[in-house]
Write a protein that binds this ligand. Structure first.
Ligand SMILES: [Zn+2]
Length: 496
């Protein structure tokens, strides 16, 4: 693609907007997530890259991110509001900003990288909210320093570009004070959807889906002075597969592979083999979906988990087990179930804890957590449900014999998907689901079991239900056999 752009006298920039770990065996099977996948990731030639929240949950991941990514991309790694505690001093993970000229057209670019207001960063790191960071002197000085010397501002951020997420729009207002007419392009992330937003006449933002399913493409005409937004910008969501890449690189299958590409393919295959990711644990005889079918459908994965898998959690007596729906990351597909599958479907290794509470209270906790008013203040669901958009069905999409996939509606309309699809429906799913394992309705104290991760939410619900847990009373350890392991055992024994 770079060669192709060069031939056409154009520049092509490749940008990554963060979250490199969690959700696949190749990154998560090692104690330090990313230990084996980061050396593969850095083989790509990024012009700008930034950090995601997943690099900040555990200190070990952050240390690795700081060392490896910084080393490979000393100039291109931009983290304007995220810092690392390097022997007692907080320093940016990468650079605070980057000012550069493109190779072909000599376009002068000022770039920043911003992470959303993430609170659960580990103690060796620090995220300053965008609204605070942009009030700092360095940011003001930088904006002033380059006034009159910038053709394009690029914001690579692990932050949603949705109009209902205020952070980038706040930043935008600020940028416009110094650069009233400069073209500004945002590259967002985090909420796992394909999306494109118009910020103003000379500024747009794109978000490129989730899990490497999409390459988000933006082209910007910087030559002409006065253009309408739709004349200046265009966008496309390219399905991340070889067919798409053959088509857009204008290379046939025979001539597509580059030497480096073959090398990286071999490295991926070798790493997967070394990590034994293809080792089969069992066989699954049906597809089980997160949200392509309603929550009570036999092929819904939460139905399988609450009615079958969670019965096998060690323990005795009457109990209710609650999990947040965000603890399942992907559909469970028919066919061989491998070590890799577990990391894709249920990667989180949380501990189970329990509180002993009256049955009449325990049975109401899930309902309370699912009350609509609570949804906006917490993140219990899978990320693509945070800013879910309503699907509008066009007749075109219904009629054709298309494969199922994304049908995206954004500020530019409904023509953004590079490959047309028949739309998949994402049914609503609740914040939490529960496995009710009770013998009768007689009031008694029972175990309320949940992941330690959602302890604050459970305590909140109990309080809302007017059930006082004693001060300092904390959940006790229940089991260390996390959901992924339970699922492995269940599939190995019962082949659902
Ligand atoms: Zn994220």
């Amino acid at each position: 693609m770079r060669e192709l752009a060069k031939k056409q006298n154009q520049d092509l920039l490749l940008i990554d907007s963060g979250d490199k770990i969690d959700g696949s065996g190749i990154s998560d099977i090692s104690k330090i997530h990313g230990q084996y996948s980061t050396p593969i990731f850095v083989k790509q030639n990024y012009d700008i890259l930034t950090i995601g929240n997943h690099e900040l949950y555990l200190l070990e991941s952050s240390i690795q991110e700081f060392k490896a990514v910084q080393e490979y991309f000393p100039d291109n790694y931009i983290t304007s509001n995220v810092e690392f505690n390097n022997n007692g001093t907080f320093v940016p993970f990468g650079s605070k900003f980057k000012y550069f000229e493109t190779e072909i057209k000599k376009t002068r670019i000022l770039a920043f990288g911003f992470l959303f207001d993430f609170k659960r960063f580990n103690s060796g790191t620090k995220v300053t909210p965008i609204k605070e960071e942009i009030e700092k002197q360095w940011f003001k000085d930088t904006l002033k320093q380059y006034q009159g010397k910038v053709d394009l501002i690029v914001i690579a951020g692990h932050t949603p570009i949705d109009h209902n997420w205020p952070e980038f729009y706040h930043l935008h207002k600020h940028l416009r004070k110094y650069y009233p007419n400069t073209i500004i392009q945002y590259f967002g992330g985090h909420s796992h959807i394909r999306d494109f937003s118009i910020f103003d006449k000379n500024s747009t933002g794109i978000q490129s889906g989730r899990y490497c399913e999409t390459v988000g493409w933006v082209s910007i005409d910087l030559n002409k002075k006065d253009l309408e937004t739709k004349e200046r910008f265009s966008r496309s969501y390219i399905d991340f597969n070889l067919n798409s890449f053959h088509k857009h690189s204008k290379k046939d299958i025979k001539n597509f592979d580059s030497e480096k590409g073959i090398e990286v393919t071999k490295l991926v295959a070798k790493t997967r083999k070394d990590l034994k990711l293809n080792t089969q644990i069992g066989t699954v005889h049906s597809n089980y979906y997160v949200d392509y079918v309603p929550i009570d459908h036999p092929k819904n994965i939460f139905n399988l988990i609450t009615n079958q898998v969670l019965n096998d959690l060690p323990g005795s007596g009457e109990r209710i087990i609650i999990i947040n729906t965000g603890s399942i990351r992907y559909d469970l597909y028919k066919g061989p179930y491998t070590i890799d599958s577990q990391y894709i479907v249920s990667p989180f290794e949380n501990k189970w804890v329990n509180l002993t509470v009256p049955k009449s209270i325990a049975t109401k906790v899930a309902e309370k957590l699912n009350e609509a008013s609570y949804i906006s203040t917490t993140r219990l669901k899978p990320p693509h449900h945070y800013l879910k958009k309503e699907i509008v069905y066009s007749d075109e999409a219904k009629d054709k014999k298309l494969s199922k996939g994304y049908v995206t509606h954004d500020d530019f309309g409904s023509n953004g998907d590079d490959t047309p699809h028949k739309p998949v429906i994402n049914f609503d799913i609740p914040n939490v689901v529960q496995s009710v394992q009770l013998n009768n309705e007689i009031e008694s104290f029972i175990d309320l079991v949940f992941y330690d991760f959602i302890t604050p939410n459970i305590k909140w619900a109990l309080k809302e239900l007017n059930y006082e847990i004693q001060e300092g009373e904390n959940p006790t350890n229940y089991s260390e056999i996390f959901l992924g392991k339970l699922l492995n055992n269940y599939i190995a024994e019962k082949s659902p």
